[in-house]
Design a protein around this ligand. Structure first.
Ligand SMILES: Cc1cc2nc3c(=O)[nH]c(=O)nc-3n(C[C@H](O)[C@H](O)[C@H](O)COP(=O)(O)OP(=O)(O)OC[C@H]3O[C@@H](n4cnc5c(N)ncnc54)[C@H](O)[C@@H]3O)c2cc1C
Length: 412
């Protein structure tokens, strides 16, 4: 167990991509940083498919070479299927932006997240697994530290307290601060649930398409499947739909999954000679945002700040990006001796604008009357906008112009 200091510049709750990126960069900037992760490291996590623009965060963190040398399958494209069987042409990322970032990876998250935490430790952060934050300590409305519990190898638990200048909430879907401060707002249009597992020997495409993410809508758009090829011939396959549809009373996850497979011949065919490797896993009601993302002495990043939907694989990208934004804001705030909400959250309006574009694209995907294929046929000038969003290139002007043309498909 590390010797904890009484005081740090930055304490990070959670060692997922958002917490690791924030902590790696605040440590690199010379701020004493403690990352507290309640699980073991590595730990299992859903969310294996990256989008190309993740590259730039990975580059800044000095991890591109490691990923290039890893066994993670390379992802060059995403392909959509409608009505359970009709494929669109694949979106090859380099057809739109032919540069070093146009290929990305499908990653086992335990390995990927561990790489990020190792980088944070290499940069000087103290990374502590099996350390659960129990409370953020406030002096009036200013966060001034945390109380946490560490479990050692023998299972003994000890409680600790550390003061700090900034608390970073990177606790993922637990949304530690948003839940406790009453800031969590569920997305009223996205009450979704997911059933997923991992298969050996699912049929993949070949060559360049071998690592492609496939997104297949079922017969009447009631649900959709992801197909994410991982190493060792394992494929992550999940099915998402409205919560009530995915988890009806008296129906097991397996029964629902099989029911939806029957409505998606293109996916069923890929599983003909495949063997499921694990039990089915489930998750639901994961789309929300925090109505306030920063306060005096605290700031939220990654899923703790908000999560939209898995369909476009944007979660890890947004986690890393928000980690970068927050680390820069924290560095500037500490140097200016101004730990106000405005200072720590100065990046969040820009971030929310980018997230809003993804959210609108998600709404369009779920709209039963909307078809991207037909829309782009009628409005080919917007193909570039869709591609920008699919690769994650949303933090620039003009990308959202497409939504003026889409009109009421997008709920306000
Ligand atoms: C069904 C589904 C499929 C998805 N598929 C994809 C995908 O293909 N691609 C993609 O990019 N994204 C995907 N995502 C989203 C992605 O998994 C998340 O956006 C991403 O993990 C967010 O990173 P994070 O660091 O914010 O949170 P996390 O990765 O969740 O990390 C948060 C960490 O905080 C720790 N923690 C929580 N509370 C405490 C506490 N009190 N004390 C200490 N530690 C704590 C947790 O143990 C956890 O390790 C998917 C999400 C879902 C629900």
């Amino acid at each position: 167990m590390p010797d904890f200091q009484d005081s740090y510049d930055v304490v990070v709750i959670g060692g997922g991509p958002a917490g690791a990126a924030t902590g790696a960069l605040t440590a690199e900037a010379g701020h004493s940083t403690l990352i507290l992760e309640r699980s073991t490291v590595p730990r299992f996590h859903v969310g294996e498919s990256l989008v190309p623009e993740t590259y730039w965060s990975l580059k800044r963190l000095g991890l591109v070479e490691k990923l290039q040398q890893s066994a993670f399958p390379k992802k060059y494209s995403v392909q959509f299927f409608s009505e359970g069987m009709k494929p669109s042409a694949p979106f090859y990322f380099d057809e739109y932006k032919d540069c070093e970032s146009s290929q990305t990876w499908q990653v086992w998250r335990d390995e990927f997240d561990r790489m990020l935490l190792e980088k944070a430790a290499e940069n000087g952060a103290t990374v502590t697994p099996k350390a659960q934050v129990l409370e953020v300590l406030f002096d009036s409305d200013r966060a001034v530290g945390v109380r946490f519990q560490v479990t050692d190898k023998a299972g003994n638990r000890t409680e600790h307290q550390a003061s700090c200048k900034v608390v970073v909430d990177a606790s993922g879907q637990s949304a530690f601060l948003a839940s406790r401060l009453g800031l969590k707002s569920a997305d009223p249009h996205l009450k979704m649930g997911t059933i997923w597992s991992y298969w050996k020997d699912a049929r993949r495409d070949e060559g360049r398409d071998e690592g492609a993410t496939l997104i297949m809508q079922t017969a009447d758009k009631k649900s959709w499947f992801w197909f994410i090829p991982l190493q060792d011939n394992t494929t992550s396959i999940g099915c998402t739909g409205a919560m009530s549809y995915m988890f009806p009373k008296g129906c097991s996850p397996e029964e629902t999954f099989e029911r939806e497979l029957d409505r998606c011949p293109a996916m069923k065919e890929r599983l003909e000679n495949a063997t499921r490797d694990r039990d089915y896993l489930t998750t639901k009601d994961y789309s929300y945002y925090a109505t306030q993302g920063a306060g005096p002495g605290w700031v939220m990043v990654g899923d703790a700040f908000g999560f939209i939907d898995p369909v476009y694989s944007t979660g890890v990208f947004l986690a890393l990006k928000s980690g970068e934004f927050a680390a820069d804001a924290i560095d500037a705030a500490i140097k200016a001796d101004d730990l106000s909400a405005e200072r720590l959250g100065e990046w969040q309006a820009t971030h929310r604008e980018g997230v809003m574009l993804f959210r609108k694209l998600v709404y369009a995907f779920y709209d039963p009357d909307f078809s991207f294929g037909s829309f782009l046929k009628a409005n080919p000038q917007y193909r570039k906008n869709v591609t920008d969003m699919l690769i994650g290139d949303v933090f620039k002007p003009g990308v959202g112009d497409i939504f003026d043309a889409m009109g009421e498909v997008v709920p306000s």
